[in-house]
Design a binder for this molecule. Structure first.
Ligand code: NAD
Length: 501
């Protein structure tokens, strides 16, 4: 068997082998085999990359904003041209099916398109005559070197949420992607170089806690954008803020879908199956909790849901007929299975058990069959915590008031959906629910690139969302100039309007 390929850092426009001597295994989730090994940086390697980024940043910031945007336009074109190759690479390390992998890239590309508008979005404000002969204007300037730390579940979209906006605004960027699927982030950096980005402006440094801590402690890194699980997000937020950096740290989720008695149940079931099981449930905007309102709604829902779940067939990630692929790692599969056992032990009704699912010919792949629990209650730990697998939990509610309390009181507050034909009920729900992103008859309410993405409560720490104007604000600082030009001989001369003689 050939030895696994090595995945190196990408610094100063070239591939840089690691110096720490430490590497981490990258699996093929379809087979369970190690397919590559990625370098894990020591703090010094991270510091070296920051030094390079710091040297490259002033010239990049000084390039006019349109020139910066042109690089992103070319990058967007390269993403489109390389979509298939990127999707196959992404799917081979993450395990999501090709259609989902393309979606991952496309959602990042949407933010690249948004970032192409940075010349306009960065413009400041101007007040003429704020006092006698006094004008006031403001400008947005880059922060300097900034960093992004990203999770495994969207290895294309989430790095692009961050670096495309930061770089369009004139910053240099250090990306520390997930060590579980690191190849696509490197490929994205190579394509940015091909698009004309000067060396050193975008650097990819792989690693774990040591590299992350080096980012959080480095004096020259002015802002840190993080997406991952909540415990790590809270840690990143506290340590980064203690080092006086700007920090946005998005965490985990447990999104509820409230199903009113008047909802179109056929549509709800289609939406629910896609949102709960798609991408093996490894989405922070997945819908793992269904809340039918009223016993009759619950029974009708189950009647329609069971046959649809029965039709779902997990398969290898390149199988176009697979509903979803394997989860990312053996450890993650074991974690999901522990949560299923916990649900059983806590007294929930396990209607469909996806444990011990085996795909013929891929017995060592990290597959989990679709799993369904009914009669889940709020006191259960398996309900309170994020499972992040193909597991749907039904929590029955007596009325809308009781249903709305569930997402409102849950520790996470990323996304929520309500399915109904009643506009007033939906409006009230959207207004009162204590969650950051709300869908009305939309199961996965991920906002478009020119709006902003971000949850509430334990789903996000810090006060800035990803992309949209929030992204531009996060990656720039504002400077306000108050100016007065006293009239004098020299000044008067300078204002003589040239004539055409
Ligand atoms: P994770 O928290 O394990 O890892 C995220 C990043 O942090 C990785 O780069 C990892 O190397 C690093 N990291 C891990 N442990 C660390 C530690 N102890 N100290 C410092 N750095 C550490 O998350 P994951 O498993 O890669 O991703 C899945 C999680 O991300 C889920 O909880 C999911 O809900 C969440 N997520 C949230 C959003 C959102 O926008 N809210 C989006 C996608 C994923």
């Amino acid at each position: 068997m050939p030895s696994p390929r090595a995945i190196h850092h990408f610094v100063n426009g070239r591939s840089v082998p690691g110096a720490s001597g430490r590497m981490s295994d990258v699996f093929d989730p379809n087979t369970g085999r190690v397919q590559a090994r990625v370098d894990m940086a020591a703090a010094q390697e991270l510091n070296d990359a920051v030094g390079i980024a710091k040297s490259a940043q002033p010239a990049w910031a000084a390039a006019n904003p349109q020139r910066r945007a042109r690089v992103l336009f070319r990058f967007k074109q390269l993403l489109e041209e390389n979509m298939n190759e990127l999707a196959v690479l992404l799917s081979s390390e993450h395990g999501k099916v090709i259609a989902d992998a393309k979606g991952d890239i496309q959602r990042g590309l949407d933010v690249v398109e948004f970032a192409c508008g940075a010349p306009h979005l960065m413009k400041g404000e101007y007040t003429e005559g704020a006092g006698p002969g006094i004008d006031v204007y403001s400008m947005r300037q880059a922060l300097g070197v900034v960093a992004g730390i990203t999770p495994f579940n969207f290895p294309a979209m989430i790095p692009m949420w961050m670096f495309s906006v930061a770089i369009a605004c004139g910053n240099a960027f250090i990306l520390k992607p997930s060590e579980k699927d690191p190849s696509v982030p490197v490929r994205l950096a190579e394509l940015m170089k091909e698009a004309g980005l000067p060396d050193g402006v975008l650097n990819v440094v792989h690693g774990g806690k040591e590299a992350v801590d080096a980012i959080l402690d480095h004096e020259d890194i002015k802002a840190v954008s993080f997406v991952g699980s909540s415990d790590v997000a809270r840690y990143i937020y506290s340590r980064g803020a203690a080092a006086a950096k700007r920090v946005q740290a998005m965490g985990g989720a447990k999104n509820h879908g409230v199903i009113m008695p008047d909802a179109d149940l056929d549509q709800v079931v289609r939406d629910l199956v896609g949102a709960a099981y798609g991408s093996a449930g490894e989405r922070c905007m997945a819908l793992p909790v269904a809340v039918p309102v009223g016993e009759d709604t619950a029974e009708r829902l189950l009647e329609k849901l069971l046959p649809e779940i029965g039709k779902l067939t997990p398969g290898i990630s390149t199988d176009p007929d697979a509903a979803y692929g394997p989860v990312v790692s053996r450890a993650h599969r074991e974690r999901v299975e522990r949560y299923i056992q916990m649900g059983v032990d806590e007294g929930a009704d396990l209607i469909i058990d996806g444990r011990n699912f085996e795909l013929q010919g891929h017995e060592n792949g990290f597959f989990i069959g679709p799993t369904l629990f009914d009669h889940v209650t709020v006191d259960m730990r398996s309900y309170q915590e994020e499972i992040f697998g193909p597991v749907l939990q039904i929590v029955r509610a007596g009325d809308l008031e009781e249903a709305a309390k569930l997402p409102t009181r849950h520790p996470y507050g990323n996304g929520v959906a309500i399915f109904t034909r009643n506009g007033l009920a939906a409006r009230e729900f959207a207004s009162r629910v204590n969650v950051g992103m709300v869908g009305v008859n939309v199961p996965i309410p991920v906002p478009v690139a020119y709006h902003t993405f971000g949850g509430w409560k334990h789903s996000a720490f810090g006060n800035a969302n990803q992309h949209g104007m929030e992204g531009i604000r996060f990656f720039t600082k504002i400077k306000t100039v108050t100016q007065r030009w006293p009239s004098g001989k020299l000044t008067d001369q300078a204002f003589v309007i040239p004539t055409m003689d």
